[in-house]
Design a binder for this molecule. Structure first.
Ligand code: ATP
Length: 693
């Protein structure tokens, strides 16, 4: 880093006009930041970053140091940068401070710290600091500066770079469309031969397939069951038909952010490929194996670098990534870098779901215009001609090639095949997504009172009734049984192979697979981790209730039936953060009695299972209840979402929507206090970023 000086700079000790006492000098500011770290308001990392900057430039103004601390803090909350104006407008809200559940003694808040600071003064201080590069000036001497100021947003350079590289790579892809396969219209007609009902509008899947076929980048977004996988399977068939014919089948890879999502996509594609009206040669050229993004890029232990990057790109012609809403800005930048320029990239995902826990909401940012379409007249004409579908009367808004460049390669699927008009879960998801609390309440009341409900509402549930719900679910109905956690333990006991069957017999693996599948019959989702109504409290409660009923041997430690969630990638064992396993008693290899082993599904889309020694698992936690965040990419026959009794900024529309849409057949809303659901539905997540293409 250069140690250039600047005319703007004030000596460190000079107070900014009307600044709060915390911004008067270095010691006061660091004192407050240290107190925030102690209290868990800032990460140690954020404080260390400021320490590093002050070491490089001891004369740094407090206004610059505090901006650096807050920009780093924002990354921990999923924001790619610090929006200065927004932070000054509503400091505590913009910075999510005090954090959820902080009941400690009073402490100086961001609003106290930033009182009296105006945007112009803050911007001038940053613009004048040798630590801050100005994004508008392509000045190579700026390159070593650790912070970047871009249109009123302050970035840590790494993250500004990620965003810039993603935008650049996408623009290049958009600027160089590929040749569409010959006979596009005929192939589309062959693959999409369903007749649409006259009132159901155009076949959005066909439109999505056509758009993706013409570009190096295509995005297919849509709610659960709208046919994202169906569309991509047909796209793969369409492209491979032409490529196989030409004697050069495409090298295609499929990927997803988590092992669970990869396994789901793999099973779904395998099932759909069989039904394609194509030759065996084309069918054989469509892969069904799906790897996680980490595995695809070749993650290496103890480093953030991957084996594949711009200098060693993937040897492929096409990449499909499912559950793209879970991709954070860093992963997306690595992904774009590792993709050879000629390769096609297709992203599938639900833009309305919660974004990744890490910084950035790439899919949400790119799909900003997806509801309105924003197609240019050229795109509209091309789409109608290629697909034979009419977009008249769809209510889409017109677009502009400059302002809506990315929108030209995005289609939003609008008709759910899983949750049709009559589905309570579908209606609930739509009402939540539309941000209509009153409508949400109406749907809950109406659907839960129906004779064979798929939605259950338990307002003000009593503790004993909650325990019964969590263990036994609801009474069986015509559709089957909305289970609780007793179910998979029952399957475990009932289907256990006979004790004299040797440990290497496949019966043990099939049994484990069956128990793992039964575990997915029910999941309790929580909004928060801490407290009685968080994951930690509920896991303890469920274990206690199962133990009291004699369904598990003990509440703590390792016991048969204990479900565990992997919380850190373990490359040696091939386990990824988010993988779920269950401890089972299986025969020892030497024929000497039995031992506990943790069964994990293989992430190759098969029903295979592998076993790990409990003592080898370093980062796991019990997972009856899980956070909505961790449940992304999974679905469960019966899903219950428990909302805490106090509202908080993390209870948002996206969180409730993601929770509801994890349910395949039944959904239970567990409300512990009035008004919390309504407030959550009315609140939107806003991820701060500058990604726009
Ligand atoms: N055009 C279609 N014709 C008939 N059935 C369809 C069609 N599109 C989707 N389906 C069926 O609807 C269900 C959901 O489709 P699909 O799995 O493709 O949706 P998705 O959007 O990928 O779902 P998810 O949200 O689970 O990722 C599947 O059973 C699929 O076979």
């Amino acid at each position: 880093m250069t140690r250039a000086s600047s005319n703007y700079e004030l000596p460190f000790d000079a107070p900014a006009p009307q600044a709060s006492p915390d911004l008067r000098d270095r010691e006061s500011l660091l004192g407050l930041l240290d107190a925030w770290v102690e209290r868990g308001w800032l990460r140690r990392l954020d404080r260390a970053f400021v320490g590093f900057l002050l070491e490089c430039r001891p004369d740094t103004q407090p206004l610059v140091a505090v901006a650096a601390a807050l920009a780093s803090h924002q990354l921990g909350h999923g924001h790619v940068c610090l929006d200065l104006a927004l932070t000054l407008e509503r400091p505590d809200e913009a910075l999510s401070l005090p954090p959820e559940g902080d009941m400690g003694p009073s402490m100086r808040l961001p609003s106290d710290l930033l009182a009296g600071v105006d945007a112009a003064t803050w911007l001038a201080a940053l613009a004048g600091s040798p630590l801050v590069a100005d994004a508008a000036r392509a000045d190579s001497t700026d390159e070593g500066r650790p912070l970047v100021l871009d249109a009123g947003r302050l970035y840590l350079r790494r993250y500004w770079d990620f965003e810039r590289r993603i935008a650049q790579a996408l623009r290049e892809r958009l600027a160089h469309p590929v040749e569409t396969p010959p006979n596009l219209a005929q192939s589309l007609a062959l693959l999409f031969d369903e007749t649409q009902a006259a009132d159901s509008g155009p076949d959005w899947q066909k439109l999505a397939c056509a758009l993706a076929a013409r570009g190096r980048i295509g995005i297919v977004t849509g709610g659960p069951g709208t046919g994202k996988t169906t569309t991509v399977v047909r796209l793969l068939a369409l492209l491979q038909m032409a490529a196989v014919e030409a004697g050069r089948p495409l090298r295609i890879l499929l990927s997803a952010p988590t092992g669970k999502a990869a396994a789901r996509l793999s099973a779904s594609i395998a099932e759909q490929v069989g039904r394609l009206p194509v030759s065996d040669a084309v069918r054989a050229a469509i892969p069904t194996e799906v790897s996680t993004l980490h595995r695809l890029l070749g993650s290496r232990p103890d480093t953030r670098h991957f084996r594949h990057h711009a200098g060693n790109p993937l040897l492929i012609d096409m990449l499909v990534v499912d559950e793209a809403s879970m991709i954070d800005v860093e992963m997306m930048a690595h992904l774009m870098a590792a993709l050879p320029p000629h390769a096609r990239l297709v992203l599938l995902g639900d833009k309305d779901q919660l974004a990744s826990v890490e910084a950035g909401a790439v899919l949400g940012d790119l799909c900003r215009d997806a509801d309105a379409g924003h197609y240019t007249p050229e795109t509209l004409a091309w789409l109608e001609q290629a697909s034979g579908e009419s977009l008249a009367g769809t209510g889409l808004s017109p677009g502009d090639a400059e302002r809506h460049a990315m929108a030209q390669q995005i289609v939003m699927l609008r008709r759910s095949r899983r949750f049709g008009a009559g589905s309570g879960i579908g209606q609930l998801a739509r009402a939540v997504n539309a941000g209509l609390p009153q409508e949400v309440r109406t749907v809950l009341e109406r659907e839960s009172a129906a004779p064979d409900p798929d939605v259950y509402d338990t307002r003000g549930i009593r503790p004993d009734a909650l325990d019964r719900l969590l263990l036994d679910g609801h009474p069986a109905s015509a559709r089957g049984k909305p289970c609780g956690y007793a179910h998979y333990l029952d399957v475990m006991q009932r289907t256990r192979p006979a004790a004299d069957i040797p440990g290497d017999d496949p019966a043990w693996e099939s049994w484990a697979a069956r128990v793992l599948a039964a575990f997915d019959a029910f999941r309790l989702l929580c909004a928060v981790r801490k407290g009685e109504q968080g994951v930690e409290g509920l896991n303890a409660r469920i274990a206690r209730a199962l133990c009291a009923r004699g369904l598990i041997e003990q509440e703590l430690g390792w016991y048969e039936g204990r479900p565990v969630l992997v919380t850190r990638n373990d490359y040696a064992l091939g386990l990824m953060n988010g993988d779920i396993g269950i401890a089972l008693r299986v025969p020892q290899g030497d024929g000497e009695g039995t031992a506990l082993r943790v069964a994990f599904p293989r992430s190759d889309g098969t029903d295979g299972v592998r076993f790990a020694l409990p003592s080898r698992l370093n980062a796991v936690e019990t997972v009856y209840a899980m956070t909505v965040h961790k449940s992304q990419g999974s679905e469960f026959a019966h899903t219950a979402l428990l909302l805490p009794d106090r509202t908080s900024p993390i209870l948002t529309r996206e969180l409730v929507y993601t929770g509801v849409t994890r349910a395949r057949t039944w959904f239970t809303m567990v409300e512990t206090a009035p008004g919390v659901l309504e407030e959550a539905v009315a609140r939107r997540v806003r991820r701060i970023s500058g990604l726009s293409v």
